[in-house]
Design a protein around this ligand. Structure first.
Ligand code: 8YV
Length: 314
């Protein structure tokens, strides 16, 4: 039996199926650092890793037993897929199954940040609410506003659809290649133009090409009434510049699901009232997480049978 390492405890039915087909170890000690990943690549035939596990280029040096990484997650910026390929290791991911759940978190953050839901919750829980008031916690209207989508991939389109069909919003988007979609949405030529929308939602992949795409200058293109949402990867945004923009009032609010150095969230950010902070919940529904586990495992099974893993990325 081939040896499979699953680096976190995932849905029980997926683990049970894996145990029927492989000699399975489920790692229960949190994310793998580079030393643990390098060792795992020597000890196992296949690995089912996830976000936080360090599979940067150096871990692929030397003689590896492992030939397959079935990543749990669509984003795989924690894996150097080119270095893996060079070492003969196939990498797969889990697209599509998490698109709706992740887009729903985008809308959660648009609404929660616009309507000051975090502040309101804190007020009620702390006992500070004094009752209804015509001017209490006035937020920003969402319906009919413009949204700028940064990265019109699967998740970007799913957010845009919700904004258009659900909230009658005008959709503009910035995408590195030309893209046509089957609902009203206008592609703009510059990042700054999309940043000028009432709401900005970042849905690009992470990785070298998008690191700090949203820098100080990009944030400066936002309106002072603008609301910024990030559901992609923390490193896509210059977090310090975002904190400055929120603290100075250069932008009105933000809703974040991802951070530059997860799980570290800077004190300055946590102290700000005008942002809603979620702990990377994008795909966190029971149904979606099971589907992600199943897809990751299906790719590993295909590889074990000598077939091409359907969601291979390298
Ligand atoms: C995942 C995500 O849950 O799939 C992704 O890329 O960002 C999340 O929704 C997370 O990466 C764990 O795999």
């Amino acid at each position: 039996m081939k040896k499979l390492l699953i680096t976190r405890d995932i849905a029980a039915p997926v683990i049970a199926q894996a145990r029927d087909l492989f000699d399975v170890t489920v790692h229960d000690g949190g994310a793998l650092d580079a030393t643990a990943s390098a060792q795992a690549l020597r000890d196992y035939d296949a690995i089912l890793p996830t976000l936080g596990d360090d599979f940067a280029a150096p871990v692929f040096d030397g003689d590896l037993r492992c030939k397959m990484l079935g990543n749990f997650g669509v984003g795989y910026n924690h894996i150097d897929a080119a270095a893996a390929r060079a070492a003969g290791v196939t990498v797969s991911n889990t697209p599509d199954v998490l698109t709706d759940a992740t887009a729903d978190i985008g809308l959660t953050l648009i609404l929660a940040s616009a309507r000051r839901a975090g502040e309101g919750e804190r007020m009620v829980r702390s006992g500070a609410w004094g009752g209804f008031g015509p001017k209490n916690l006035l937020g920003t209207h969402v319906t009919g506003k413009t949204v700028g989508i940064i990265g019109m991939g699967r998740i970007g389109q799913a957010v845009a659809r919700r904004c258009h069909f659900g909230f009658a919003m005008e959709v503009v988007f910035f995408n590195r290649s030309a893209k046509s979609v089957d609902f009203p949405a206008r592609q703009v030529d510059t990042l700054a133009e999309a940043m000028g929308a009432d709401f900005v939602v970042v849905t690009t992949p992470g990785g070298a090409e998008t690191t700090r795409l949203i820098d100080k200058d990009a944030l400066a293109a936002m309106k002072s009434s603008g609301i910024f949402v990030n559901i992609s990867r923390g490193e896509v945004v210059d977090e310090a510049a975002l904190i400055d923009a929120l603290a100075s009032g250069a932008i009105t609010a933000a809703g974040l699901d991802v951070y530059e150095n997860e799980p570290h969230v800077p004190d300055r950010l946590r102290a700000l009232e005008n942002c809603v902070l979620l702990p990377h919940l994008g795909s966190a529904t029971a149904e979606t997480r099971q589907a992600m586990g199943q897809m990751a495992l299906d790719n590993i099974i295909a590889w074990a049978r000598g077939e091409a893993p359907p969601q291979a990325v390298n």
